[in-house]
Design a protein. Structure first.
Length: 431
């Protein structure tokens, strides 16, 4: 096609690298069609495609024709797409074509090309299919490729477990679980280490389905050690089936609320009420010397509040707001808020705490009662507080009530040496 406009389209096609994201192909399809529909610099496709009888069009010519605005030309181009792996992503796009004959021809070509397709190329096609699946008539390619993955070689599934496209990875793990291609130990490892929450849940649930007794219970250990709270929660839930319910007790004090809730459930199912355990730990932490207090779990106060009694447990929480460790103090404040036991005057001193975590919890607890805190005291903290987190906390409370004190604090903090606080104050003043 002897035009510079066509050469530009052909060059763009040639520059799409192997393994390009699915959007590279859908964007190419849309842009070519736009160029052919509105630009006169490229003659209508039917005037030059397929060209001289007996001559096979080049891959670039076929790619452009596959994206053209004329359905008959797109259908004709599909006859030359077979045997050209570089054109197959566009064949997948044509599987969702608005013209029925084009759709059917594209699906036939795709079906014929799938056997023996390299795993990487298969993954590229699947990425395009997943991208267009939401279109009208767009689900056919996904159904076809998913079926091929379910019925194809195990090595194909294994190759896609680490694919860069999140949708493909999820699908590959789902099919791997369905086909039993992943051992329980491998599933536990994936659940504990994979960064995708969907994959974590899928593999963790598959592990739980295999746990029947204490022997299988060893599979839970990677889950219990995971950094992800959802995965630890699944592992804790599995302790009951593995006959290791007592092992849930340490997780009563986990940093994740979900894990703590699962631990309480497991212990109750085994006949152990968790509330006395919480009370004993918090009482020991509140009344012990420094050595014992240092061994208190950080999140025990919040766990106590989650299942405790307001009339009984609030005094222990107030005592723990003075604990030597910041995380315990913050947990105690969060527990008071959970039990709706916040009192303004005893909490205000924590607005000057040396820990940003404690100040954040105190501010969150005091926000509903911000109008009960003297504005001049908050203004003093906001403008002369020794630490950025103290100044920020005071500004948040002043913002809750507004007024002259808030405006003055925002004006002063607009020049604060802390960049984050400075930006926050400037946004508040509209600067």
């Amino acid at each position: 096609m002897p035009t510079s406009a066509f050469d530009a389209l052909a060059d763009r096609f040639a520059r799409i690298p192997e393994g390009a994201g699915a959007s590279a192909w859908t964007d190419f399809d849309e842009d070519v069609r736009e160029a052919l529909r509105w630009s006169r610099s490229v003659p209508p496709v039917h005037t030059w495609f397929p060209g001289t009888p007996g001559r096979r069009p080049t891959a670039a010519e076929t790619a452009v024709a596959l994206c053209g605005p004329d359905g008959r030309t797109r259908e004709a181009a599909l006859s030359f797409a077979g045997g050209s792996p570089g054109l197959l992503p566009l064949v997948v796009v044509r599987c969702a074509d608005w013209a029925g004959p084009v759709r059917e021809r594209a699906r036939s070509v795709l079906r014929a090309e799938l056997p023996g397709l390299p795993h990487r190329a298969f993954g590229d096609l699947l990425a395009v299919a997943l991208l267009i699946a939401g279109r009208l008539r767009g689900d056919a390619a996904r159904t076809l490729l998913t079926g091929a993955l379910r019925e194809g070689p195990e090595s194909r599934v294994a190759a896609l477990l680490g694919h860069g496209d999140r949708g493909i990875r999820r699908l590959a793990h789902r099919i791997g679980v369905e086909r039993g291609l992943l051992s329980p130990a491998r599933l536990a490892e994936i659940a504990a280490t994979d960064p995708d929450a969907v994959v974590q849940d899928l593999c963790a649930n598959a592990v739980l389905a295999t746990v029947r007794d204490a022997v299988d219970g060893a599979l839970l250990d990677p889950l219990l050690c995971s950094r992800q709270g959802r995965v630890r929660a699944a592992g804790v839930t599995g302790l009951r089936r593995a006959g290791r319910a007592a092992g849930a007790e340490p997780f009563l004090y986990d940093r994740s609320a979900l894990v703590r809730a699962c631990a309480r459930w497991v212990l109750r199912q085994a006949g152990t009420e968790p509330l006395p355990l919480y009370r004993a730990v918090c009482a020991a932490g509140a009344g012990a010397g420094a050595g014992t207090a240092a061994g208190m779990p950080d999140d025990a106060p919040l766990g106590l509040a989650e299942c405790g009694d307001r009339a009984v447990d609030v005094p222990a929480l107030w005592t723990l707001t003075g604990h030597e460790r910041p995380r315990v103090r913050a947990s105690a404040v969060a527990g008071l808020r959970r039990l709706d036991a916040v009192r303004v005057d005893p909490l205000v001193p924590l607005l000057d705490d040396g820990s940003a975590r404690v100040v954040r919890e105190a501010v969150t607890a005091l926000l509903p009662w911000a109008d009960r805190i003297p504005a001049d005291a908050l203004l003093r903290r906001a403008t002369a507080g020794p630490a950025p987190h103290v100044r920020k906390g005071a500004l948040r409370l002043l913002a809750e009530t507004g007024g002259a004190a808030f405006r003055e604090a925002a004006r002063v903090l607009a020049d604060d040496p802390d960049p984050k606080l400075r930006a926050l104050a400037r946004r508040a003043t509209g600067a």
